[in-house]
Structure formats: C-alpha cells, structure tokens
Design a protein around this ligand. Structure first.
Ligand code: SF4
Ligand code: SF4
Length: 459
C-alpha cells in the first residue's frame, strides 16, 4: 500500500499530511458506534464522486470532497490523526447530500460513515461555545414538539401583529446575524387549529390498504397543508390513513447531525407508535425523514430489542410518491394549465433513489407541462440546519439553484422535502421572482379536487 496518496500533496492550504497504516489499535474513535471500516475500505480512491460533491466544487479542496473525508475518517480510525478542529470542520462542512453515493462505482455508503464520524466529534470535540449553544438550541427545539408548539405560537403572533412586515421592510434583519437568517426562511405560519388531522381517515372506493402517516415536527406546523393534501390523496386512492396523535419526531435531524444516541431513542419511539397503529405501510412526505426511517435497521442494528423490529419497520416505509406510483391513480384528474419544474431533494434522489416516481405523478396530471431542471439533484444548500450554520456556502448553492430554476420559465417548482422548499422559497423571494414552491402531492390534490381554489402565481 502506498504510504501517501498523490492528493495529499495538494493540501498545502492546510499543510495536512495523512499517512495510512494498519495501526487499528490507535483508533481515536470510541467504541460507541464508531465508523465501520468495512464501509470506508470500499473506497478505491477513483475520484468519480468529486465532480458531484457541492462542497468540493465550491471550495476546491480535496479534504472537502468525499474521497478526502473518507481518508480523514480512515486516518482517525487508524490513529494517525486526532479529532482536531480541522477534522471537525471538514466533517461539519459536508452537506450529507449523498450525491457521492450516487456517483460511487464501489457502492461506498457515505451517509452512515459521516453520521457515525459526526457522532464521535459530538462526544470528543467541543465547538466554540457560541456555536455549540446555537447547535444545541436548534436541535432541541426542532425535535421537541412541546418546544416547537410554543415557538410556533410566538411566530404566529410575530407575523399577525405586523412586526414581521415592519422588520422585513426596515432592512434591520440583515444586521441580526443568525436570527435574521432564520427569519428569512420563515413561511406563513398557519393557525394551530388548521394543523390538526383526524386520527383515522376512511378510504374512498375499494380499499387498497391501511397506512400510517408520519406527521413530522416542523412539517406538522409549517406544512400542515401538505399533510392534509397527503391524507386526501391517499383516501381518494383507497387507503385508510392512520395519523397517530401520539407520534413524535422521527429523529432524522439528530441522526443527520451525528446525535445518534438521541436519534436512536426517537427511532424506538416511532417504531413503537406505528407498531401499535397496526398499519401495512408507513407513508412519509418529507424526504429527509423518509430516508432516515428507511435506515432505522442500520441505526439500531446493535440493539437487542429493536434490531429486527427496526428492519421490519424500515421495509414498510414509503415516500408518498413511491406509494402512489405503484398503482394507477384513481378518479378523473382535472387539467392544470401550469408549467412546473422538479427539484430532486437529495434525500429522495440520492438517499432513497426515488427520481422517476414524482415525475410520473406530475406527468399524470392533464395539461401540466413538466420542464426538466438542469442539475436538478444538486443540493440547494438547505441540508438540515446547514443553511443556518454555514450561510455563505449554503447561499452559493442556493444562488446556483435559483439560476437554474429561472432558466426553466416554470410557474411552480416542485419539491418533496420541506427543507428544500423553505430554502428555495427564500431564494425566490430574495430575487422577487413570482414562482411558487409546491409538494407533488399538493398538485395531485388540486387536480383531484373540485378546483374551487385555482393555483395562482405568487408576487
Ligand atoms: S455527502 Fe454531499 S457534501 Fe458530503 S461528501 Fe458526499 S457529495 Fe460531498
Ligand atoms: S467514487 Fe467511491 S470509490 Fe471513488 S473515490 Fe469516491 S467514494 Fe471512493
């Protein structure tokens, strides 16, 4: 084995030299869920993943590429480097978009490797205090329904009192740093009573099955209309829909950020909840949540009580577009004279390999013209809390996405992930573009319905 790889010479910017050896005893990772050597040893260093990696394309640094990050993880695993600030930064800058997995001819499972590496960083490394606090507050708020409910009430008051209009008009938000950036992502907050869904919705026509619906955390408040549309379309297509009222967060955000132990706890609760609901399948309309739930089997593989149950659970998870594309749509769809384009959310396209199904559903709507988006599966910069923690890099990715969207001339951008929707809406608003962002199931619902509320362009 070569003592040093050629690309190590490129690291003059950081003077980072890594020597690989077989000294596994010196592993700097602890034994609580360390990165699995079987996964990083699959890498043959071909570099096919590099041109697909957004952080490599923007930063041009090998250590901010998939191959570089794998080298770092392996070097730490073999005791050749410590979990330093530099190590943590290269891992933290990864979007976990998983575009590298799609490109990789060796089938390297980059996602679980990065998540476990981040778990090690979380336990062994301290970010600067302000950064650590910000991260903690974000994760604890967005994954706790009680805290989220209070936040939503305050945000609704902020919007309805006119304060938001005042602040947005004043230009003050740009001086509020992170708070201002969070505000710029804020959609219209619906009244809490409109977010509630019945626990059981009966199927229409001949019954196709009984499905459970994940309501999500942020999704259930900020995108309650998408959940409601999902229930109507499923019912229209013969599914009895169970929306357990006691369900919590699925843990995807925590797992994404490397907080795997807390993520595992929420995964166990989600499994318990849907087992009790006794459903055939579990339907998800947020790509990030669906991707994580399909990987519960891997997340809980060492749990003696949940390992098998997690595998069974993961096999039952379906993205809404995946389920609806399995069988012909029911009912007469009304024409929608719209031009739309489709953004592939990373955790649908790369995480779940779902690309064809949402497009099939959109093409099934009469009168709707689907224009392909260039670089449709290139990350928009949302990536969990990435756009809040790395705003400059996220903005560059968003600008690129908005340019591509503009080129299509579409009235509507369709996205199957709420994080992407918020990020893209922000980009469109910043540029004063009158293009709406919608979930595929909203368009189907409109086409299924009585068209009392035709879709209008914004602006
Ligand atoms: S997950 Fe995305 S950002 Fe991270 S290394 Fe892979 S392609 Fe690059
Ligand atoms: S494409 Fe796969 S095998 Fe090739 S360098 Fe990237 S991760 Fe390694």
């Amino acid at each position: 084995m070569a003592d040093r790889y050629p690309w190590e010479e490129e690291q003059s910017r950081e003077q980072m030299v890594i020597r690989l050896s077989d000294n596994r005893d010196a592993n700097v990772f602890d034994q609580l869920d360390p990165p699995d050597p079987e996964l990083y040893l699959d890498c043959i260093h071909c570099g096919f993943c590099l041109p697909t990696c957004p952080t490599y394309l923007v930063l041009g640094n090998e250590m901010d590429s998939p191959r570089g990050r794998l080298t770092l993880i392996r070097a730490a695993s073999e005791g050749n480097i410590a979990i330093s600030d530099s190590f943590a930064r290269h891992m933290d800058l990864c979007l976990l978009c998983r575009a590298c997995e799609t490109a990789c001819p060796s089938g390297v499972k980059f996602g679980p490797l990065m998540e476990t590496a981040r778990g090690q960083i979380g336990r062994q490394h301290r970010y600067p205090p302000a950064e650590q606090r910000f991260r903690d507050v974000l994760l604890r708020t967005f994954t706790d329904l009680g805290r989220l409910r209070i936040l939503v009430s305050l945000l609704r008051l902020y919007q309805r009192s006119g304060l938001q209009r005042l602040l947005r008009g004043s230009g003050l938000l740009s001086r509020l740093g992170r708070l201002g950036r969070m505000e710029s992502l804020l959609p219209r907050v619906p009244a809490p009573r409109t977010c509630a869904l019945p626990e059981v919705t009966p199927p229409k026509g001949e019954r196709r099955g009984r499905v459970g619906l994940l309501l999500g955390c942020v999704q259930r408040y900020f995108f309650a209309h998408v959940n409601a549309a999902t229930v109507r379309v499923l019912s229209e297509n013969g599914y009895e829909v169970i929306a357990p009222q006691d369900q919590g967060c699925c843990g995807s955000l925590l797992v994404h950020e490397g907080e795997r132990e807390q993520g595992k706890q929420l995964a166990r609760q989600t499994i318990d909840c849907f087992e009790q609901a006794n459903v055939d399948l579990i339907v998800v309309n947020a790509a990030g949540c669906g991707s994580a739930m399909k990987e519960y089997g891997e997340l809980l593989h060492a749990d003696p009580v949940y390992a098998e149950r997690a595998k069974t659970f993961s096999r039952k998870v379906r993205d809404i577009s995946e389920l609806l594309a399995e069988t012909p749509l029911r009912g007469a769809l009304q024409p929608l004279g719209l031009t739309v384009t489709y953004h592939d959310a990373c955790h649908l396209a790369h995480g779940q390999k779902i690309r064809r199904e949402p497009r099939m559903l959109l093409k099934a709507i009469p009168g709707l013209q689907l224009v392909e988006l260039k670089e449709s599966d290139f990350c928009c910069g949302s990536a969990g809390t990435y756009n809040l923690r790395h705003p400059d890099l996220a903005q560059q990715l968003l600008d690129r996405k908005i340019e591509r969207i503009k080129e299509t001339g579409a009235d509507i951008v369709v996205s199957g992930n709420l994080g992407c929707s918020l990020q893209i809406e922000k980009g469109l608003r910043e540029r004063g573009l009158s293009i709406r962002v919608m979930h595929p199931v909203e368009l189907l619902d409109t086409s299924c319905g009585d068209m009392k509320q035709p879709i209008k362009r914004t602006g």
